[in-house]
Design a protein around this ligand. Sequence first.
Ligand code: ATR
Length: 274
Amino acid sequence: MPSHDHPAIDQYAVIGNPIAHSKSPFLHTAFAAQCQQVLHYRAILAPVDQFATTLKQFISQGGRGANITLPFKLDAFQACTELTARARAAGAVNTLQFDGDTIKGDNTDGFGLVRDITDNAGVTLRNRRILLLGAGGAARGALLPLMECHPSELVIANRTEEKAQQLASDFGKSGNISYNSFADLQGPFDIIINATSSSINQQRPPVPASVYQPTSLAYDMMYGEHPTPFLQHAATQHAQTRNGWGMLVEQAAEAFYIWRGVRPDTSRFLQPAD
Ligand code: ATR
């Protein structure tokens, strides 16, 4: 008989702060219905200084897995007893799996980005020139999955140049990676990815117009009702544009696959922010 602490229905959650606007409960509940998986998924608001306690509590209540969002992806990394190669490369964890005393950490963000670009937008990364804007957590998480697609070149540009240099050096063994200042970028690039958090403040990284050509894909990891300043600028240069909604859907689908062994059909979830 399942006890009160270990309910019959498998429990999953997204943990973050803030969390009220998270789309994860909607996506995972819809995936479960589509894949005929019986589970319960909820949003948990953790106090900023109490991630570990919140996580422990969720596990003790029968939690089988969790998604982790801002600002806890580094705390989650620390909490793991096992890490996948892509979580280790990202230095951050967005997906947790619990099994007895084992806490396994993965990172599906970069996978989600690549899948959205290649499968949903239909843009090849192999042998292409990629410009990655930013050198924070989002950029780091994207690098290994991007390099696994074998671009001809990946250039990192960041406001604080030393951080771009460090990132290029950390991933130097994975392929042709370099860094550049915004002003010295030598375009055009095939894919330009905004992994900075500039869109939050309605700003854009200062990329010169020469990075674009009409066949370029400008991709912003952020999404919202309106095009971000980065995407607005790219559109004025006649580049194709895409926001990060599909990335969000695909990282969620990959987490669902890790937990349940079945892959949801994401096609019907891609519409809202296109
Ligand atoms: P995240 O987890 O979202 O990557 P982060 O680790 O704090 O957040 O990194 C934020 C990134 O966005 C950094 O690369 C930051 O540049 P700096 O390293 O110079 O701080 C970049 N960023 C934030 N606001 C920006 C802006 N207005 N213009 C350009 N880059 C910006």
